[in-house]
Design a protein around this ligand. Structure first.
Ligand code: ADP
Ligand code: MG
Length: 360
């Protein structure tokens, strides 16, 4: 296992990149700590696979270095990096049996036959394919083939890192949950450094200790699920994580107040306005009120989603979401919203800013 350092890394697929927008991966410095399980989360096209392929050596970055335990591997071929990578679509040897496919990475390393047998049996149990070990891979469903790919990725215990690039895309929804649980268990048992790429926040938040959120070629936040929920560093994180995502309001910030739609919203500390100012409040912390304090709002629609209700509100012509507990009474007279204390984040040009020292 290894720690993986990204040093001034950036990548453009163009031969002669001129501006930042030419880079699929904007400049990045980061250390993936040895033995941690990370999720790399972001919308399609934001650069997740580009970053993963640079780590695995399928792609040489146009700028910067990749270090494994301090050793420069930037231009080293994949085979020399001692990693396992699982892709979105199955990569299996059709003419081999399931057993032979799973044993392949171990045979390659000249492992003892008894040890190979033991590992293959264990992995077959994890992916639920013990009964098909003697079947040829040809003729199996895409779903089964992808499980073999996953198994092959997990079969070696001595790898520097395990990289998964949206590995459950072709797997049916029920099995997804099961396989994710197995991957988590594998991490607990062996403590490999794992990077799991996904565009699905539920997958990311349930799999990883730390989630790396990417947006438009940039890493916008690295944090625990709780940090991403409570203090989204960028408006994209607020909106992308949570269901529904964080509400954003254009605001005029003055000291410890925000003016939103002619209402005064008290803030927890003093802020200095710089650029386009917004406040962000998650639906969990929006309260309806009937008083004259707060921001004028109108209930448009109430959706019952089981555990709670989603209130779709109209605030100055824009849709704002609030959550209410299942049994909560919602007064038809509600005409304003207020926010739970300490739950407002302030943004300048989409990046979260902190209150001035000593004022929070
Ligand atoms: P993700 O995995 O997050 O969906 P990718 O890393 O595949 O994103 O792609 C990031 C950006 O780089 C996208 O705009 C994509 O079109 C572009 N891109 C990816 N691969 C190539 C390539 N081989 N050549 C040119 N552009 C590419
Ligand atoms: Mg991808």
């Amino acid at each position: 296992m290894a720690s993986i350092t990204l040093d001034n890394l950036a990548h453009s697929y163009l031969p002669d990149p001129r501006s930042e927008s030419d880079f699929a991966l904007k400049e990045l410095n980061h250390e993936w700590v040895d033995g941690e399980a990370y999720a790399l989360l972001g919308a399609s096209g934001c650069g997740k696979s580009t970053l993963l392929n640079i780590i695995s050596g399928l792609l040489i970055p146009s700028q910067g270095r990749v270090l494994f335990d301090g050793k420069d591997v930037t231009t080293a071929p994949t085979a020399d990096r001692n990693i396992a990578q699982v892709f979105q679509f199955p990569v299996v040897y059709d003419t081999m049996t399931v057993y032979e496919n799973l044993a392949f990475p171990l045979k390659n390393r000249r492992m003892e036959p008894a040890e190979i047998q033991r590992r293959v049996q264990k992995i077959a149990a994890m992916i639920g394919m013990e009964a098909q070990l003697s079947h040829k891979a040809r003729g199996l469903t895409a779903d089964a083939k992808q499980k073999i790919s996953l198994g092959r990725g997990m079969v070696r215990e001595d790898v520097n890192a395990l990289l998964f690039d949206e590995p459950l895309t072709v797997i049916d929804p029920h099995m997804k949950w099961e396989l994710r649980t197995q991957l988590k268990k594998l991490h607990q048992d062996f403590g490999h450094t794992m990077i799991y790429v996904t565009h699905d926040q539920t997958e990311a938040l349930t799999f990883a200790d730390k989630v790396v959120v990417m947006h438009d070629g940039r890493v916008v936040q690295i944090g625990t699920p709780q940090e991403l929920f409570e203090r989204p560093a960028h408006t994209f994180v607020g909106y992308f994580i949570g269901s529904p995502g964080m509400n954003l309001f254009d605001a005029e910030i003055e000291g410890n107040t925000a003016r939103v739609c002619d209402a005064i919203v008290p803030l927890d500390g003093f802020y200095t306005a710089a650029g386009k100012m917004q406040i962000g409040v998650r639906p969990e912390f929006v309260r309806l009120s009937t008083g004259d304090e707060g921001i004028p709002a109108r209930i448009r629609r109430i959706e019952d989603v089981g555990r709670h209700k989603i209130l779709r509100l109209d605030v100055a012509g824009r849709e704002i979401n609030a959550l209410a507990a299942e049994g909560e009474n919602i007064s038809a007279d509600s005409n304003r919203i207020t926010f739970a204390p300490g739950r407002i984040n302030v943004y300048a040009d989409d990046w979260r800013i902190s209150p001035q020292e000593g004022t929070a």
